[in-house]
Design a protein around this ligand. Structure first.
Ligand code: PLP
Length: 440
């Protein structure tokens, strides 16, 4: 109804302005346009987007795309029934945490594990259930904001733990921690500075030293590693990403990490560590508020199982596969795409360039990755207008804009999406400036 009314209003306006109108044709075209408008209005708001930004973990684009087996597991869980909280052998009730617990213990060497909605929830739960009304000691160099409203002082406040800052932004020594420990202290907390680096004259305390100090005083040592690397990322040239198993081996009592960053799975917050502590967490009322649904649990189990064979994980987990594509392969694909784009007359420039892109998603901050892009300029369109049309096309394509050019980064464009990207560019530049689509 609204769509028809809007189109009629537009027609009335044209008549008022004295335009010559053919009555019968006008009625037909109003009807057609009303249908088109309605179809547009009723389109799903969530749509698939081809990620041409080169940012592998793009939070606005849903972070990690999942492995095929993980997506299939979620699909199956969604459409049918499953033994979510049922022991098939005894027929008795079980915990929905048990399958994930088993895989996480096997993969990280931890005694026990549990999983919640995301790492932010994991942090709140751990601080509340294990550290409420006690002081939690944290280096000033690790006082992070992850984005949105996830800031450590606020998280401490909602969880009821008392933040005790030590050291300075660039230097924190073991003595700084030792000096503040007293009867009020509950835990030593280490947080991986996922999205920034303090560089230059810096010093942080190695986890093993923190563990030694903490355990001398019977304190908990909690390690928020952020990304949750299960494999060694130094193979990609990233040297500062902590591996979950290493934190457990260093003696941390509780280690926290995300499911949808470098692990490459669904959104989730993993907590691995001492069995007695995990039990305490699971008894907290927040556990129920933070629990995962069946689709996410199924996808997470499938993702974790891929890591039983790390070589297989590198092939099957899309995040790892994308990070591992060698430059010559990207270059070849970019050249092939550029050749096709060269034939589009509405493009003024088509170039293949070496470039750098961030990994994104609050991971590997200081680490830019070498990559290859196709850089485009369209005739008669600004970079913003061009990008606007690509984002609003079907399928939607999200490029990067740099120095007046629209960049398509081959690292995050799947090979089977290349053809669609070419078509999207064709139709985005073919529209000319007929419509009033200008920028945002
Ligand atoms: C990303 C991150 C978080 C938040 O994790 P989410 O899963 O996005 O809630 C917390 N701590 C660190 C160190 C992080 O890198």
């Amino acid at each position: 109804m609204n769509a028809a009314r809007t189109e009629l209003d537009l027609l009335r306006e044209e008549i008022r302005q004295g335009k010559a109108i053919d009555g019968k044709a006008a009625v037909e075209s109003v009807a057609q346009r009303a249908i088109a408008r309605l179809e547009q209005e009723l389109r799903p708001r969530l749509r698939p987007v081809i990620n041409a930004t080169g940012i592998v973990l793009h939070t606005n684009l849903g972070r990690a795309p999942m492995a095929t087996v993980a997506a299939e597991a979620a699909h199956q869980a969604a459409q049918g029934y499953l033994n979510l909280e049922l022991q098939l052998d005894s027929g008795k009730r079980s915990s929905r945490q048990q399958p994930i617990r088993e895989w996480l213990c096997r993969l990280t060497g931890a005694e026990s594990a549990t999983v919640v909605n995301n790492n932010a929830a994991a942090t709140v739960l751990v601080l509340r259930a294990l550290c409420r009304e006690t002081e939690v000691v944290l280096s000033r160099g690790q006082m992070i904001e992850i984005g949105g409203s996830f800031r450590i002082p606020d998280i401490m406040a909602v969880s009821g733990a008392i933040l005790r800052e030590v050291g300075t932004t660039n230097i924190t020594r073991l003595e700084d921690y030792a000096r503040v420990i007293g009867p009020q202290t509950g835990a030593l907390l280490q947080i991986h500075t996922s999205n920034y680096r303090v560089q230059g004259f810096t010093k942080a305390v190695p986890l093993a030293d923190l563990v030694r100090l903490g355990h001398q005083h019977e304190l908990l040592v909690i390690d928020d590693v952020g990304s949750g690397a299960m494999v060694d990322f130094s193979r990609y040239g990233f040297t500062e990403e902590p591996i979950v198993r290493d934190s457990i081996e260093a003696g941390a009592d509780v280690v926290l990490f995300s499911g949808d960053k470098l692990l490459g799975g669904p959104q989730a917050g993993m907590i691995v560590g001492k069995a007695e502590l995990i039990q305490k967490l699971e008894k907290d009322p927040l556990m129920r508020a933070f629990r995962l649904d069946k689709m996410t649990l199924a996808a997470l189990e499938a993702t974790l199982r891929l890591y039983l064979d790390p070589e297989q994980a590198l092939q099957s987990v899309p995040v790892l596969r994308m990070l591992g594509i060698p430059i010559p392969e990207l270059h070849q694909r970019a050249k092939r795409m550029a050749q096709r784009l060269d034939a589009i007359p509405s493009l003024a420039t088509v170039k293949v360039n070496r470039d750098k892109a961030f990994v994104g998603g609050g991971s590997l901050p200081a680490q830019e990755m070498e990559t290859v892009v196709v850089a485009l300029e369209a005739i008669d369109l600004s970079d913003e207008q061009f990008a606007y049309r690509l984002r609003n096309g079907d399928p939607a394509v999200m490029p990067r804009i740099q120095d007046g050019k629209v960049l398509l980064d081959l690292r995050t464009i799947r090979e089977d999406q290349e053809e669609k990207v070419i078509q999207a560019i064709e139709s985005a530049t073919a529209q000319k400036n007929a419509e009033s689509q200008g920028g945002e």
